[in-house]
Design a protein around this ligand. Sequence first.
Ligand SMILES: Cc1ncc(COP(=O)(O)OP(=O)(O)O)c(N)n1
Ligand SMILES: Cc1nc(C(=O)O)sc1CCOP(=O)(O)O
Length: 548
Amino acid sequence: MSEPEKACSPIVWCVGGSDSSGGAGITRDLATLADLGVHGCAIVTLVSAQSHYAMTSSKAMQLSLINEQWQVLAAEALPLCIKIGAIANDAQAKVLSTRIEMLSVPRPLIVWDPVLFSSSKGALSNLSKDVIKQLLRVVDLVTPNTHELASLAGIFIDSEIDNAFETKSEIKSEVKNNRDVRHAAKTLINSGAKSVLVKGGHARWQHNATDTYFTDSEEIAFSQPRVHHSELRGTGCMQASAIAAFVAKGYSIIDALTLANAYVKNVRDVSSSSYSQSSLTGSRQSVPQVPRLAGFPTNRDAFPTVAFIKSGAFNSVDGCKTESDVFDKHHNERREKPFLPLSHTKRGIYPVVDSADWIEKLLPTGVETIQLRIKEDISPWDKARISKEIQRAVALTKSTSCQLFINDHWQLAIEHGAYGVHLGQEDLFTADIDAIRKAGLRLGVSTHGYAEIQRVKSLAPSYIALGHIFATKTKDMPSQPQGIDRLKHYVDLCGGIPTVAIGGINKNRCKAVADTGATHIAVVTAITEAPCPHAAYHTLQKEAGFVE
Ligand SMILES: Cc1ncc(COP(=O)(O)OP(=O)(O)O)c(N)n1
Ligand SMILES: Cc1nc(C(=O)O)sc1CCOP(=O)(O)O
């Protein structure tokens, strides 16, 4: 499958050093951007003489040249994202921080991959604590590996800023477990960093390689099976540039992190397969492993498992009880405890309505899946009334073949024996997923992009809802409409799990939606605001091609 969308190329600036081997640095950044259909501009901070195995020297660019590179680019067009890699010295860092502070709003997203050492074993930068503090505060995302995280966090340990923490001395030079990772990342956040992605490649204590994203309110883990003995250099540069590329292409930050993680996995896979082939014909020692291009990630198996961890709490969403479970074991979740599948495999229109009366009205159409979605904030419902309504909806559908899903009220759905429960992302933090599964109810879950889909796949639900495809007036959405191209990709990402497309779908749009392969199409207003809801249901079924 090709990339979901392509118009004219968005622009990303790369600020960093050249690596003569092409394995890392700005050469790798630009190759990554080009591979992902993004135009990269370069602000070179240093020139290094490196092979794949050694760095012999490195020379900083003059400040006037850094300034001039920035100015000529800014005079043409500002980028959507700026990726910063190696910075040679304090003076350069100060110029960059000042330039960033002067950018007008809305400013580009700034990603800093804090390259303190080269993987070919040479020091690239020598930044003082003060300029590191300043940089951390002006960038939007910093992407350290665990060694870099320890160095960065060590700067703040013992300072007045970190007084809230207990285990100061432990992480000054090293992070040794997931607890240290969280502690060190929180130290950076408390010291003014907006967000931190800690890369897990060097975190040997983890079974999988888990990158963890921290903001002041979120913690999200992205896990891949660990690659042992990789000789590929420049993966940090690649990952940070890919994040910048995906943000520039209009993806949310958490989707950009998910896609970039998948991208690096693909580059590793294609590079190691061509490397092992080349080693058949020559001595392995003499053939350095060079990164190959991989393009937009479309293969399901490249995507990481994603776990959302709320305020350090570990709940049944992740199916895990401990920190190490969250980081290491949720890969197995899906195979262990799948939800019951839907009883009907036929594709169909899925009305979402707000009363048992509506269900009664629509049942004669022969509708096979329906949802009762009662929103307390928009109608004068209290718990007792909601309970009665759910009970009535269950009674209405019990002797029919219609699959009734109850939105949000999972305890009442269990109590009254509904067919299934539909939950949103926030509900996953509070609902008892095991209780729903054990009670034999089906589960449907809303998602709005790559990260949420990867999160939900681990639960092995009965269906995954994909929204919102078009603008909708039924609900205020914090995200952008996904459109048909992305929907197609999401359906593919869900593998064999049935999908439900929702949001702004009407009779003119349902054919295009059905053509993506989405199993069901959920609608609110296309039925509830139609002059004749029965006729509207049948028209939608027909237009989608679900019936002759
Ligand atoms: C089929 C289907 N898809 C998505 C939703 C939205 O659910 P959620 O995110 O829980 O938001 P609310 O419906 O609670 O506003 C849905 N209800 N059904
Ligand atoms: C309830 C709901 N959830 C959405 C999501 O994307 O999660 S969109 C949506 C509203 C769908 O209404 P209509 O068919 O009238 O556009």
